[in-house]
Design a binder for this molecule. Structure first.
Ligand code: HEM
Length: 512
């Protein structure tokens, strides 16, 4: 007993204090080194929730409001998650170009990961070999110029259907929002899945999926409170939607796989040469061909299709909706565009895809729409290493939100930024790829959008043909200048209220 008391007195107690002092010392050292870091300016924050209370539903606006006080590179804390918000072209250039390699990840997001097979798609997978392989398959075989051209017939057929629907309204009110939405969905379904899916069940499934992508998850920012998500039913809901989508895609892929197995070798060769193969056809073929050991399985195919479906439909649809709205709101712009389209069409019944490249003013109208109504207001990235940006330390694992919406209307770069003036893009060096960082609707660099050509072709084809064939006006003689342009933030920034227009066929005289 005496011996054990001695051991306690001479060894254990001093050792315990020694360990305690070492821990405290190391903790102090790490805090000291952290505080010695030159972190970007931050808004004040509350315990546990950090800056969450300062971010509204239209987060791009909340971020800009705070950036006006704290600067173009601002560090926030959403719960326990550090987030750097980038709000001007110079800071965006540092992230997307100068130190691009440090910012090629997306960061992991609970709910989205659950419904996208754990980030196995192109848009969410972190930078690395898996992403590189997927991205190159998409760029070379799904979204290349050649591939986009091969779907010309699908686009033109769907566009003709839309024009016929407008024609049938005989000058009464048309819901343009619904028209554009169905044009987009039908084109993308036919390209990605091989046929149209637009029944009530399918539309609800897509809508619920999009809502989940932007659903606020408490557990994501405050892990200790993740039980709230379970209580709110968010986890169950995401599980249900993921399962529904998975079964839907699984059935389609299985149908394709069965069909391919039954086909003779000759018809398989025919398939490769066919111009209208769907993305599933192409992906299954890439899976069969792959001998590199690349992890290309059913899940990969489903994730890629899901990706394209979600990113392609909403962004392209939103751009068209805003473009038509701005054209109606600005009659002079509409007139100039109609003049250009008439000149190129020379009385032909329709504008074709071959005409589109000649429409310079149209290009400026699309760019101005994307500047003022950038569909994806925030470009998400994450840092994979410690790096210094504009003299500030950004730690590895920090999420980054590039506020493309704020950058597109920065008065330091744009004269009268709130005005819709396509002329500012005429004879300018702006392209869609983000070579000038005050205009980055498609992001920039290695992770920039691979769907630019795909989106642009459909947007310009639809715009050109509608304004060529119809004069558009607001219903009940409403005045264009007072047009409702309120926004709502969902997966992308939409018009809050549907776009209702009256379309009058243009007379033959006006078309030549
Ligand atoms: C107006 C239409 C569109 C806009 C404004 C848009 C915008 C964007 C933006 C901002 C990004 C992130 C870029 C970055 O991190 O630098 C992105 C990524 C992506 N977009 Fe688009 N997009 C559009 C249409 C499309 C279409 C039609 C497709 C496919 C058919 C598509 C496929 C993708 C994919 C796969 C990615 C992920 C790229 C990666 O992470 O490597 N997008 N898009």
């Amino acid at each position: 007993m005496l011996f054990s008391m001695n051991v306690l007195a001479y060894f254990i107690v001093p050792s315990f204090f020694l360990i305690l002092i070492t821990i405290i010392y190391l903790k102090c050292l790490s805090t000291l080194s952290k505080t010695h870091k030159n972190l970007p300016p931050s808004p004040w924050k509350l315990p546990i929730i950090g800056n969450l209370h300062q971010v509204g539903k239209d987060y791009h606006r909340s971020f800009l409001k705070l950036a006006r006080i704290h600067g173009p590179l601002m560090l926030m804390h959403l719960g326990s998650v550090p987030l750097v918000v980038v709000s001007n072209a110079h800071a965006a250039e540092e992230i997307l170009k100068t130190y691009e390699l440090a910012f090629l990840d997306r960061g992991e997001s609970h709910i989205i990961w659950k419904i996208t097979y754990g980030g196995k798609d192109i848009a969410l997978s972190n930078y690395g070999e898996y992403w590189r392989r997927l991205r190159s398959i998409a760029a070379l075989h799904l979204l290349s110029n050649k591939s986009v051209q091969s779907f010309q017939q699908v686009r033109e057929e769907e566009m003709t259907l839309m024009l016929d629907r407008i024609q049938e309204t005989c000058g009464s009110v048309v819901n343009f929002t619904k028209l554009i939405l169905s044009l987009n969905n039908d084109v993308i379904c036919r390209l990605a899945l091989g046929r149209k899916y637009n029944g009530e069940k399918f539309n609800t499934m897509v809508e619920q999926f999009k809502q989940l992508v932007v659903a606020f998850s408490v557990g994501e920012y405050i892990p200790s409170l993740s039980w709230i998500d379970t209580l709110r039913g968010l986890n169950a809901k995401s599980h249900k939607i993921a399962k529904e989508f998975d079964e839907f895609l699984e059935d389609i892929i299985e149908e394709y796989a069965r069909r391919n197995t039954n086909e003779s070798l000759v018809s398989k060769i025919d398939m490769v040469d066919r111009q209208d193969r769907s993305f599933i056809d192409i992906l299954l073929e890439k899976q069969r061909e792959d001998e590199s050991g690349f992890q290309f399985n059913r899940v990969t195919i489903k994730a890629v299709i899901l990706d394209i479906f979600v990113v392609a439909t909403d962004t392209t649809f939103t751009t068209l909706e805003w473009a038509f709205s701005e054209l109606v709101k600005n009659p002079l712009v509409m007139k100039t565009l109609q003049k250009e389209v008439n000149l190129i069409a020379r009385g032909k019944p329709k504008i074709t895809e071959d005409d589109i490249g000649k429409l310079e003013y149209m290009d400026a109208v699309v760019k101005e729409t994307l500047r003022l109504h950038v569909p994806a207001p925030i470009i998400p990235r994450a840092s994979s290493q410690d790096v210094k940006i504009m003299g500030y330390d950004i730690e590895a694992g920090t999420r980054v939100a590039i506020n493309a919406w704020a950058i597109g209307r920065d008065p330091a770069k744009w004269e009268d930024p709130e005005e819709f003036r396509p002329e500012r893009f005429l004879n300018s060096s702006f392209d869609y790829k983000g070579s000038r960082f005050e205009f980055i609707p498609f992001g920039a660099g290695r992770r920039g959008c691979p769907g630019i050509q795909f989106a642009n072709t459909l947007i310009k084809l639809a715009l050109a043909n509608v304004v060529y064939k119809f004069d558009l006006a607001l219903p009940r003689g409403e005045i264009c200048g007072n047009m409702d342009m309120s926004e709502t933030a969902a997966l992308t920034v939409h018009k809050l209220n549907h776009l209702l227009l009256v379309a009058t066929p243009r007379s033959e005289i006006k078309l030549v």
